[in-house]
Design a protein around this ligand. Structure first.
Ligand SMILES: *Cc1c(COP(=O)(O)O)cnc(C)c1O
Length: 349
């Protein structure tokens, strides 16, 4: 049994390993935290304003929105809600389906609540393995995690595929669409909420808005579906710093637009480098690119670390042998990462 393996500290290095915003949060978010006074810190936070403004930003009703302590908490809440329903009606252990390769927290949370983790192996091209996901669904299926764009591949999933999965899950089961990287491609399953009551969408303000350290996430769904998650999330889950910073970050639209453009340009830089070098890669809808270095992946990751650039080896993930995931944020940072990569490969040749 394994919990989440937190990567080693990377003090002083260029962090291209956790898909964080390499430009930092909006200065307005920093100012909002600095403006808090002693009483603001002493009182339990009020959420009316942050809920109203976040719902407006997302284009949903406040009754469809649950703010969480990072999207990780939303994922945990969905897993707990799933297990809770099962215990309540005396049914057998719930199945949680996770198509691989996937974000680690789905497996961590499924195991934590005693669910049976059902993994689906990836296709070679990392396109969504719709048929295999559909075959994995049984009457015991209570939760299916779908990540679009996926992490660690960056591959986007068609809305029609997500809809097919939602239509196949047995009554009482949920499809959790993790849109942590929505900001970098615009794809969303939110329109499915009109027709389906078993879809919930997860968002985070860690990646596009640069609030990873504050922990701010959101789960969106129909009010009756979200109810099961509301029973699980503690009442003051979002701390006051996160609440005021989130409001400020959402209002600073220009910064998100600028950062999104940096990410797009950064991805193109990585693609161009890979094409020039003949290194396989996957086109990404996110703020990172997965590239297949091959046998020397470990050596390359270590060589980059010695040059002050941290990237993440993903060889341990299904279908990702020899792969390295590199964050593509600010163009200058991406360029520095690629220069170091070039140096490491030349030194090895
Ligand atoms: C980063 C990430 C999260 C976690 O977001 P937090 O708000 O930092 O908890 C969730 N899902 C995926 C796919 C991610 O990459």
């Amino acid at each position: 049994m394994s919990g989440y393996q937190r990567p080693a500290a990377a003090e002083g290095a260029l962090r291209l390993h956790l898909n964080e915003n390499t430009a930092g949060a909006s200065p307005d978010a920093v100012a909002a935290i600095a403006a808090l006074d002693a009483e603001d810190l002493a009182y339990y936070p009020e959420y009316d304003a942050v809920v109203a403004e976040t719902a407006a930003y997302l284009g949903v009703d406040t009754s469809q929105l649950l703010l969480t302590n990072g999207l990780d908490e939303g994922i945990l809440a969905a897993a707990v809600a799933t297990a809770r329903a099962t215990v309540a009606d005396g049914a057998p252990r719930p199945d949680v389906i996770v198509p691989l390769p996937a974000f680690d927290m789905y497996g961590v949370c499924a195991r934590a609540v005693g669910a049976r983790l059902v993994t689906v192996q990836p296709r070679r091209d990392f396109e969504f393995a719709l048929d295999n996901v559909l075959s994995a669904i049984t009457p015991a299926t209570r939760l299916v995690f779908i990540t679009s764009p996926n992490n660690p591949t960056g591959v986007r999933i068609r809305l029609s595929d997500i809809e097919r999965v939602a239509a196949s899950v047995p009554s009482g089961g949920l499809v959790f669409v993790d849109e942590a990287y929505h900001d970098f491609c615009g794809d969303t399953a939110l329109p499915l909420l009109q027709s389906r009551d078993n879809v919930i969408v997860g968002r985070t303000f860690a990646k596009g808005h640069g609030l990873a350290a504050l922990r701010a996430g959101a789960v969106i769904g129909r009010p009756e579906t979200l109810g099961a998650l509301r029973l699980v999330v503690p009442p003051y889950s979002l701390n006051v710093c996160a609440a005021v910073a989130l409001r400020a970050a959402l209002a600073d639209r220009a910064r998100l637009t600028w950062y999104r453009d940096e990410v797009r340009a950064s991805r193109e830089l990585v693609y161009a480098w890979c094409r020039g070098r003949g290194v396989p890669f996957w086109e990404s809808g996110a703020n990172f690119v997965l590239i297949r270095i091959g046998d020397r992946a470990r050596e390359v990751v270590d060589g980059l670390a010695r040059r002050g650039v941290v990237v993440r080896e993903r060889s341990g993930d299904a279908g990702c042998e020899g792969c390295v995931r590199m964050t593509t944020g600010v163009v200058a940072h991406t360029q520095r990462g690629l220069d170091a990569l070039e140096e490491v490969l030349c030194a090895a040749e």
